[in-house]
Ligand binder design. Structure first.
Ligand SMILES: O=P(O)(O)OC[C@H]1O[C@H](OP(=O)(O)OP(=O)(O)O)[C@H](O)[C@@H]1O
Ligand SMILES: [Mg+2]
Length: 184
């Protein structure tokens, strides 16, 4: 793979940088309104959610603490294994806290459904989810998501935090890769 030229690996741009920015504006306004008078803890799910966390949190008018978890269910492939492992846990005691999980994508739903159960069992007062992307056609479990940026087709996408084999996260938009890229 030629790591210096991402553009030639792309098949299609699904969601532009501008569309992402506009949608994050709307989501942030909604979150500010919904959490008025409360003190939510934003929990980003590494590594995919780094970009959404950075761009969504900077659109909020309230000051929010942020913490991070790293869980992995995908390895280096394009299919969820369904087995969720904690690679890095929260530093924060979430007992009694209002938690807003920030994610890049809900695909099968396995990661988020596991995370919801895990954080609720620690005694959080509430646990909600904000995700940039959701693939309704790929759901293996239903997850109740309060804030969704875009529903997308059941295709493997990259960019804006989403990787294929750890690459393409730094594309500023959401796109699909040419089939040849997966071939090698
Ligand atoms: O709904 P699901 O089918 O469970 O898929 C969604 C999860 O998979 C990806 O993370 P991944 O485990 O690949 O780790 P990463 O964020 O480091 O890429 C993505 O960032 C979500 O966390
Ligand atoms: Mg991934």
């Amino acid at each position: 793979m030629d790591a210096t030229d991402m553009g030639s690996d792309l098949q299609q741009v699904l969601i532009t940088e501008e569309q992402i920015g506009q949608r994050l504006d709307e989501m942030a306004a909604q979150i500010d309104a919904d959490y008025a008078g409360r003190d939510p803890l934003l929990v980003g799910v590494l590594k995919g959610a780094v970009f959404v966390m950075a761009d969504l949190s900077r659109r909020l008018h309230m000051s929010v603490p942020m913490d991070w978890m790293a869980v992995s269910s995908y390895g280096s492939g394009t299919k969820s294994s369904g087995v969720v492992r904690i690679l890095k846990d929260l530093d924060t005691d979430v007992t009694g806290r209002d938690i807003l999980i920030v994610e890049d994508i809900i695909d099968s739903g396995l990661t988020l459904s596991w995370l919801l159960g895990n954080l609720s069992s620690r005694g959080a007062a509430s646990v909600e989810i904000a995700t940039l992307l959701r693939k309704p056609g790929a759901a293996k479990v239903e997850v109740d998501v309060k804030y969704v940026g875009f529903d997308i087709p059941t295709e493997f996408v990259v960019g804006y935090g989403l990787d294929y084999a750890e690459r393409y996260r730094n594309l500023p938009f959401i796109g699909t890769l040419r089939p040849e890229v997966y071939g090698g």
